[in-house]
Write a protein that binds this ligand. Structure first.
Ligand code: COA
Length: 387
């Protein structure tokens, strides 16, 4: 039985900052960001946007195509959660008026959380192929100002309908997994930005890649990297995926170059790091920029700092290209409002971190918005300015 991704949709934030603007204002050579990291822009949320509003945008598009019949679970993956207790998916559930008879849970393990949610969804559908699961990964990557991570910020969400007989991509059952306790990334409760050992995290990522690959190879005797037509790697920034690719090619003796990862790299350079959603933006990028992959095996690598990783395999369905709309995604990215450096820095500073009442200004053009905190509850609403 095939189980996998039957529909997929994306959303991002209201604003975009071009990386050269950040570089010029901070006295850095713009080539460091555009060539050295491979990034062009990052998305910046408006004050009335967060992980829930982006997820709501993506899921609303998704269920507009698939409906919600037989959806029994909603899995929300994030590492920039809005509540230490309640699952972000429950806010989403209320906002979209989703069916009552569902289990709604949040998944967390840094950027790996989206893959954890997807694998659990696949297992549930394999157990009962009548059921469907909504998986949504949504994050705001926000680093301290003037830190090395600042140019790798970003914001975005990817929603997937997981079902039997998927119309976009089946996911194979056998995967390779790897966990190693590494202190490369820490976001403690008293800080809204993480403490990151960036170069350690890059080494941990590459180590976790070969670790997951070795486990995958042990469970699939005789497998070769040349069995895969394309690879999509977790992409906190474009260069990281290129480094991962080079590592795998040299580790396995595969002589192929970046041409087999290129189609999966377009969107991450435009939205920035989307943490749990980053790999899935890469998958959407591959499927919208390469229409000749039906029936091929695609190697997928997921990494979350801390560190957990997984190598797994997707097989695009016969008519997948009819079910992904690259033109609509390009239009969404182009519709973001471009901001300058000082506007971006003001937005970065403005973030509320306490539990007092406040109301957000009405800015976002997305279909759902975060209205603020009132009486110890986060308030979300449909955006009345959007038809
Ligand atoms: N022109 C072109 N390239 C340039 C350049 C210039 N003027 N200046 C530097 N570069 C290149 C560097 O050579 C390097 O490329 P390489 O790794 O291929 O050699 C790249 O730009 C980055 O430079 P580096 O000095 O390593 O950057 P940094 O130390 O300031 O920060 C990270 C890089 C990744 C550590 C930082 O962005 C970070 O902490 N990010 C968050 C954590 C993260 O995403 N980790 C990834 C795994 S999850």
């Amino acid at each position: 039985m095939n189980v996998g991704i039957d529909a997929i949709s994306v959303a991002t934030a209201h604003y975009r900052l071009p990386l050269p603007a950040l570089a010029e204002a901070t006295g850095v050579d713009p080539n460091k960001y555009t060539i050295g990291l491979g990034q062009q822009h990052f998305s910046v949320p408006a004050p009335d946007e967060d992980t829930v509003t982006m997820a709501a945008d993506a899921v609303a598009q998704l269920i507009g195509r698939t409906g919600t019949d037989e959806v029994r679970s909603i899995f929300f993956a994030t590492e920039s959660s809005v509540d230490q207790s309640k699952a972000a998916g429950v806010f989403l559930h209320g906002l979209l008026g989703l069916p009552e008879h569902v289990r709604t849970v949040e998944f967390k393990e840094a950027c790996y959380g989206g893959t954890a949610a997807l694998q659990c969804a696949l297992a549930l559908v394999a157990r009962n192929p009548e059921e469907r699961v909504i998986v949504v990964a949504s994050d705001v990557a926000r680093y301290a100002i003037d830190s090395p991570g600042e140019p790798t910020q970003g914001a975005g969400a990817v929603a997937m309908m997981v079902s039997a007989s998927p119309r976009i991509m089946a996911i194979e059952q056998k995967t390779g997994v790897y966990t190693k306790d590494v202190n490369d990334f820490w976001r403690p409760n008293d800080s809204s930005t993480p403490f990151v050992l960036g170069h350690l995290s890059m080494d941990a990522y590459l180590d976790a890649f070969t670790g997951a690959w070795d486990d995958f190879a042990a469970r699939n005797p005789g497998v070769k990297s040349t069995d895969f037509a394309r690879f999509v790697h977790h992409q906190p920034f474009q260069k990281m995926a290129r480094k991962a690719h080079r590592q795998l090619m040299s580790y396995t003796g595969d002589g192929r170059g970046d041409e087999i990862i290129e189609a999966g790299l377009h969107y991450s350079a435009q939205v920035g790091n989307c943490y749990t959603a980053a790999l899935y933006w890469g998958i959407v990028s591959l499927l919208t920029h390469d229409s000749g992959l039906a029936g091929e095996r695609i190697g997928l690598f997921s990494y979350g700092s801390g560190a957990v990783s997984e190598f797994f395999v997707g097989r695009p369905a016969a008519r997948y290209a009819e079910h992904v709309d690259g033109a609509a995604i390009d239009a969404t990215l182009a519709s973001r409002e471009k901001i300058d450096f000082s506007t971006y820095r003001a937005l970065h500073e403005e973030r509320h971190v306490d539990s007092r009442d406040y109301a957000t200004p009405h800015v976002t053009g997305a279909p759902y918005r975060f209205a603020g905190v009132k009486d110890h509850a986060r308030r979300y609403e449909r955006n009345k300015r959007v038809a």
